[in-house]
Write a protein that binds this ligand. Structure first.
Ligand code: HC0
Ligand code: SF4
Length: 567
């Protein structure tokens, strides 16, 4: 331990602690823009200034290690004036477009400028205009708003191992050869947008379109679907804790906004297990390509298509649950309801920016050429829509999903956590193959935050070898090992974001250090409380097979629930 004083009060911390970490533990506010606890420190923004001795010399709190006996002052006039000066310099280069900026009200620069009462005193420093990049359906880049904190660069390289963004000659992050994002090897994961403190990289928002649609329906029926991971994260936008379960309030809010029908993507997560589990057993029995890879994460699909096209045959042919749900709504449900598919608009609520990209895939259109998922709003965007309409989320009375496509199980909701698809698949595949339930439903070897998890399940005669990988940097490591023949598995689950969908690039930008753990716990709590925790026991799933698909992997399921990929 080292002992020191913090604004005159005695404190202690373990050796090696930075001043910034100690301030945060002691609830002392220190302004930062380039710092994020999940990324390495880079000393770019010059805002975390503190005095560390009795002179007025300033140090950066993010990179200064506390020494025994240090006298740290964070609130002197000298510190405050220096922070204000540095903020004013950043502001001089920043476009004043707050009122129309996607990041308005969640912008870290805006917060600090307000908090310190910074006056926009310097003459505008004109930077050469950089054309906005609207190429991606998932993300928009307006690098004129960049404050050179490089959190996007670090998210892309340190967390995702993608290295799409590098620091350009003018100090602004750039894509390879300055190409439009969509034409690079970017997988649209949205990690860059999640970590951007301002509005330089944001989700390609469809809030206005959906808002207008809900106000002026023009005879259309608006059908929503909500992904597993949204229900434990949206709460954070309304002052509740990460992991607080808001399923019923989220459904109620959507109804209040004008949504006509609300289905649960969890229903098609159960359906995915039926199809994908059967596909796995079929591949094992009939010598199909192994290991089979899960196919529900659209960032992962982009990565295979762009970086590992030789592994396309390993991908399950199942559409993602989002894709299956939209297909069911337009091709099955609409007809049953006597509504023309062109009069149905599907709005999908996802924790993920890459789902916006998945939605526009050519393969995911109806036979008549209609896009099946019309709009994708991230969890952040749904929260914005709710706030714009002044819906009092926290006090809403809970509402239930519509049926039959709103019925689900505990197996479906755990899709939102890394390892969840695997655990759900094992619960069903084991029981179908061995005609007895798995000894334990909570299959812990595939749970938790370890980057690469491996397990062997005794599948009555064969040892089924499975692996679960999350976060793109770990995926690169695994794929290298697979190429080199250093690993061998039957079935592998891949999720591009850390923690799985709960850590999606479109989730609320929570600042606590434990938000992922809390969201993960929230998901497992929902599963624990479900009466039915296995996909094949979902009555509505059984019914849809009886009435329409007949059996998994039938001709009809192939047509409506499966897909193919680009190489
Ligand atoms: Fe996921 Fe999904 S679980 S990818 O992580 O499979 O986005 O939440 O909706 O589609 O269900 C995301 C989350 C989904 C899909 C489901 C899968
Ligand atoms: Fe990198 Fe993901 Fe951002 Fe693309 S979306 S630039 S891969 S962090």
């Amino acid at each position: 331990f080292v002992k020191f004083t913090l604004n005159g009060k005695f404190a202690q911390a373990t050796k090696g602690t930075t001043i910034l970490e100690a301030c945060r533990t002691n609830d002392i506010f220190v302004p930062t823009l380039c710092y994020h606890p999940n990324l390495s420190a880079n000393e770019e923004c010059n805002l975390c200034l503190v005095e560390t001795d009795r002179t007025q010399r300033l140090s950066r709190a993010c990179s200064t290690i506390i020494q025994e006996g240090m006298e740290i002052v964070t609130n002197s006039e000298n510190v405050v004036n220096s922070v204000k000066h540095n903020l004013a310099m950043i502001l001089a280069e920043h476009p004043k477009e707050c009122t129309t900026c996607e990041s308005n009200n969640r912008c870290e620069l805006q917060d600090l400028v307000y908090r310190f009462g910074v006056i926009d005193k310097f003459p505008r420093k004109q930077r050469a205009y950089i054309p906005k990049d609207y190429s991606s359906p998932a993300l928009i880049r307006d690098m004129n708003k960049c404050i050179k904190c490089y959190r996007c660069v670090k998210a892309c390289s340190e967390l995702q191992g993608m290295d799409i963004l590098t620091i350009g000659p003018d100090g602004i992050p750039m894509t390879p050869k300055n190409k439009e994002l969509y034409t690079t090897k970017c997988i649209n994961c949205g990690a860059c947008s999640f970590y951007c403190p301002v509005g330089a990289i944001t989700e390609n928002s469809q809030v206005r379109e959906v808002s207008n649609l809900l106000k002026n329906k023009n005879g259309k029926t608006i059908v929503f679907q909500t992904a597993p991971a949204t229900r434990v994260a949206i709460s954070e936008e309304f002052g509740m804790e990460p992991g607080d379960i808001s399923t019923g309030k989220m459904v109620a809010a959507i109804r209040k906004l004008g949504g006509d029908v609300v289905f649960d993507t969890d229903f098609t997560a159960d359906l995915t297990i039926m199809e994908e589990g059967s596909e796995l057993l079929d591949r094992i029995k009939n010598g199909g390509t192994l290991p089979m890879f899960t196919s529900c994460c659209p960032g992962w699909i982009n990565l295979v298509e762009k970086d590992y096209p030789d592994f396309i045959p390993n991908l399950s042919s199942c559409r993602s649950p989002q894709g299956m749900m939209s297909s069911l709504i337009k091709n099955y449900w609409a007809e049953r309801m006597g509504i023309k598919p062109e009069d149905v608009v599907v709005v999908s609520i996802m924790p993920c920016t890459a789902k916006k990209d998945e939605a526009v895939r050519d393969q995911l259109k109806t036979d008549q050429g209609l896009q099946e998922t019309d709009y994708v709003l991230t969890t952040r965007e749904l929260a914005k829509l709710i706030k714009l309409n002044k819906v009092k989320f926290a006090s809403l009375k809970e509402s239930e999903y519509n049926n039959p496509l709103g019925e689900s199980t505990g197996a479906a909701v755990i899709f939102g956590n890394t390892g969840g698809v695997m655990e759900a698949a094992l619960r069903t595949a084991y029981e179908i193959a061995l005609e007895k339930p798995m000894p334990t439903l909570n299959y812990t070897p595939v749970r938790g935050f370890q980057g690469i998890k491996e397990a062997t399940v005794d599948f009555g005669g064969i040892d089924l070898k499975v692996a679960v990988i999350h976060q793109a940097s770990n995926i690169h490591e695994y794929m290298q090992k697979l190429r080199n023949g250093e690993v061998s598995h039957h079935f592998v689950e891949f999720m591009i974001c850390k923690g799985g969908c709960i850590g999606g690039g479109g989730e609320p930008k929570s600042k606590t250090s434990d938000y992922l753990e809390k969201r993960m716990k929230g998901i497992y709590k929902i599963d624990d409380n479900f009466k039915i925790r296995k996909s094949h026991e979902n009555e509505a799933v059984k019914q849809i097979y009886e009435q329409f698909f007949e059996h998994p992997l039938s001709h009809k399921s192939h047509h409506f629930l499966h897909t193919h990929y680009h190489d």
